[in-house]
Write a protein that binds this ligand. Structure first.
Ligand SMILES: [Zn+2]
Length: 434
């Protein structure tokens, strides 16, 4: 029963979170001031130590896990992860908030100190404020406020700070998933507070296929190219096929996935690089290039595909073009090497964590959430595929477009609103039977 003199639990949670505004700002600033730039993966231990201290004080049991043997883990740059768990007072489910603690390089164009965490006009500025230390701090404060207002909750809350999301997550969530940290027996709901905007629920992401294609030629003197065979001209024929055939075909493949921005609601492909002929000279070389016909040319393609496409068909589409060139073009030969494949993933809109967060967004902001899908992948791929957990979304404060930009920022009011959504979600999923 609620009476005017005893505000509803929702109102108590909101008041508790508003009262923690300064703490939320300070926590975000502290995290920004530990520069966890990746690559190479600086200060991972320091950020995990900081989080461990904070969460132990709040009643969490903390595990520090180094991703020994994972891609990128070396003694100079160890891949440290933190998983913290706070048990409730009765059996129940586990809600896990997963944030990556690494940030991308600074780049040019900053007017703020990228690791200063300056607060100005309600925004905190710095590398990683938006993507995604602001989200990490928000989930911590939301969980602390929830435990203060609802000390007799059921189940457990978990918070993780994980490495290497920006470089594929193999020293982070993928490693933890392989060790069982995201198995459905241990964790039932996962929220990844990536900056998708406070009123949007991100259900998943498109698929990825990266491959390297190499064409071959025969080296000869550049003054007599007819005595050789140019791998670069063969590669030019590949690129012409892409322009004339592949790109028009990709633009016709549309998806029912609500990908944002809408330009990514179709199949896309980027050509990451073109290399051919003579290698780049070493720095300091001041001479001319030598006249030679290129015996090799390589490109790396980054194909993003839709839930309606199969990875085999995506690959075959490119192979078909290459095979056609092989049959039509004298001297054409190629190799293709698969570099990386991640299938698309999309959590059902009726999944429990989606319904619960949607309800909370409605209660806090008075709107229905927008359901979106990310054009690129994030750590949900490992939770889904290795962890086998389908009840996973990205939800967090921050404006997606600001990620990786100069003068990246996160709004304090947005973090508070998101924290209220997260706390209400915990109440919905772990609240005691009353
Ligand atoms: Zn991120």
């Amino acid at each position: 029963m609620t009476t005017p003199s005893s505000p509803s639990i929702g109102a108590q949670l909101a008041a508790e979170i508003d009262a923690r505004r300064d703490d939320l700002v300070a926590l975000t600033q502290d995290l920004i001031r530990i520069p966890t730039v990746n690559p190479p993966g600086n200060n991972y231990r320091e950020v995990c130590d900081y989080l461990a201290k904070r969460l132990k004080k709040s009643g969490y049991t903390v595990e520090m896990i180094r991703a020994e043997g994972a891609v990128g883990d070396i003694d100079k740059y160890p891949r440290w992860n933190l998983v913290a768990r706070r048990e409730g007072k009765a059996p129940g489910e586990t809600v896990h908030f997963n944030s990556h603690h690494d940030v991308v390089e600074v780049g040019r164009g900053w007017t703020f100190d990228p690791f200063g965490g300056e607060l100005r006009d309600g925004r905190i500025y710095g590398r990683g404020t938006c993507d995604m230390k602001g989200g990490l701090a928000t989930s911590i404060v939301a969980a602390e406020a929830f435990a203060a207002v609802v000390p007799d909750y059921r189940g457990a809350i978990e918070i993780s700070g994980t490495a290497d999301e920006e470089t594929g997550g193999y020293g982070g969530v993928a490693y933890l998933a392989e060790k069982g940290y995201f198995s459905p027996e241990r964790v039932q709901h996962v929220i990844i507070p990536e900056p998708l905007n406070k009123d949007r629920i991100c259900l998943g992401h498109r698929g990825v296929w990266w491959a390297e294609i190499e064409t071959f030629g025969r080296i000869a003197h550049g003054s007599m190219p007819f005595l050789g065979d140019s791998a670069i001209r063969h590669m030019a024929a590949v690129l012409r096929q892409f322009e004339d055939v592949l790109y028009p075909a990709l633009s016709l493949k549309h998806t029912a996935m609500p990908v944002v921005p809408p330009g990514a609601r179709q199949s896309t492909m980027n050509i990451n690089s073109v290399h051919g002929g003579q290698a780049e000279p070493e720095g300091g070389y001041t001479g001319f290039p030598a006249p030679v016909v290129a015996h090799s040319a390589r490109i790396v393609i980054d194909r993003r595909y839709l839930i309606e496409e199969s990875p085999a068909a995506v690959r075959q589409e490119v192979i078909d073009l290459l095979e056609r060139l092989k049959s039509e073009r004298t001297g054409f030969s190629y190799e293709i090497r698969d570099l990386w494949t991640i299938p698309p993933t999309m959590t059902d809109r009726e999944a429990p964590v989606v319904r619960s967060v949607a309800k909370a967004i409605g209660a806090v902001m008075g709107v229905s959430p927008e359901y979106v899908v990310s054009p690129g992948t994030y750590d949900q791929k490992h939770i889904d595929r290795i962890g086998r957990l389908k009840n996973c979304i990205a939800y967090g404060p921050g404006i997606l477009d600001l990620a990786h930009q100069p003068d990246e920022w996160v709004g304090v009011d947005d973090m508070l609103d998101s924290a209220k959504v997260m706390a209400l979600t915990l109440l919905d999923l772990l609240g005691p039977a009353r």
